[in-house]
Design a protein around this ligand. Sequence first.
Ligand SMILES: *Cc1c(COP(=O)(O)O)cnc(C)c1O
Length: 370
Amino acid sequence: MEDKKMITVTSPLLPSLDEFVGYLKEIWKSKWITNNGQFHRQLESALAEYLGVEYVSLFTNGTLPLITALQALGIKGEVITTPYSFVATTHALWWNGIKPVFVDIDPATCNLNPDKIEAAITDKTTAIMPVHCYGMPCDTEKIQAIAAKHKLKVIYDAAHTFGVRVNGESILQAGDMSTLSFHATKVFNTVEGGALVCHDAETKKKIDFLKNFGFNGETEVVAPGINSKMDEIRSAYGLLNLKQVDQAIEARHKVADYYRQALRQVKGVKVFEDMPGVRHNYAYFPILINAEEYGMSRDELYFKMKDDNVLGRRYFYPLISTFDTYKGLESSNPANLPVATRIADQVICLPMYYGLTEADLERVLNCIVK
Ligand SMILES: *Cc1c(COP(=O)(O)O)cnc(C)c1O
């Protein structure tokens, strides 16, 4: 049998190599390769404009802005968060000596269920850290009302939410801060990279101190900062990718429509539809397999796809709450997290990126539609 081309679950958006080399020549000429150079400044302002927010601070990845947001807001004690995310969300709490308190998710969006938050609040709770999972917006109004009532901060892990808008407004406007990841696998990438979004100039200044060892000028150190500055090379790469990200999102939208058209009617397969008023970014294409109705388990389908050289990803499985570091926490008990536990056992993310052809999509669908 002829070996079929491997279809990966993702593929990075790459800028034009010629244009990138042009930028590299400028960087070589200036010999300014990091520490708030011209490309770094340009990318911060271009992103603020594109995303529809005022203050963006660039970082070397998407995990350090989570850690830094908690530092900047002085978060301590306990933080309410979701177990249904990439493990970095919870690790950021751990690195700050904060106890994560897991709350179950809403099956409609895979996001923290706002109706379950209040029962988890104690006198040690200082913040809520939700994730806009797969780029589907959280119920930010409900979360804000709970936060206001209990005087809690809200930090959104918005790693999946590049370019997402709700009724025309950036999703990044919600909460006290939001973090982004520009990792190679994300909708917009700078190879590795990330950003922290805040809403006032004072806070932006504080964040910029924190990402540069706490330095204010040459000799004064105002806070115990870390080093998480993005360099000029990746900033230049990011500027080029930003020019084509809308085109990439449009292509992802077409892929999502193609999948949904074919899968909507398949018994035992759940797809997620667009939400009213939301400009989605189609960062992922999760489907949920109900083994009984579908006649095959999620894992059986996952390995069947693999046999055909089609790589899905069981994302997010296993739940963060099941990992060694966290499984001993009271809130990690699966009885506390029935929806997250079920969805983690049912989910496969299908191949989703700019550049998938109709033939590729047909091969993916052939594995699933019987
Ligand atoms: C990718 C991701 C991160 C971490 O980003 P890195 O850039 O890889 O450090 C954090 N949270 C979520 C939900 C992610 O998907």
